[in-house]
Design a protein around this ligand. Sequence first.
Ligand code: SME
Length: 157
Amino acid sequence: METDYKMMAAEVVSLSEADMGWLPIMANVSAMIFEEMEGINWAGFYVMDKGSLLLGPFAGKVACIRIKVGKGVCGTAVERDETLVVPDVHAFAGHIACDSASRSEIVIPIHAGGRVVGVLDIDSPREGRFSEEDRKGLEGIVRAIEENIEWRSPDFA
Ligand code: SME
């Protein structure tokens, strides 16, 4: 079945009408992608914190907590500030294997105030899982996040 990326981008806008905080939006978007895309085993976010990527909301197995800029697929996407589609992670030097079942991966940088503030990362146990159409659709979701999110902390008071 085709993934309905337009519906998912519209859902980001509608979720943001309830609350624009990055935490609930990223949590719900992880769950939505995990539910809507077939053949994936991890979907989630890393956010920039003190100069490296820190694990954010996700759906899937336990994952590595911190990734340096320039390391792994995620850190390389941040360094280059571009989407990386990796058809075979075994062929990507420096790939960080959080789950040995993962075979392909897509990582899309997220921007705020003109800089990269995080990434959307999706893994699949299938080689070559992510098509050009997936890339465009997922970049559309990231653009919707960039336009509809507020980078504020929850108020713990
Ligand atoms: N494979 C990623 C690490 C994060 S996990 O896939 C969730 C990488 O090489 O950056």
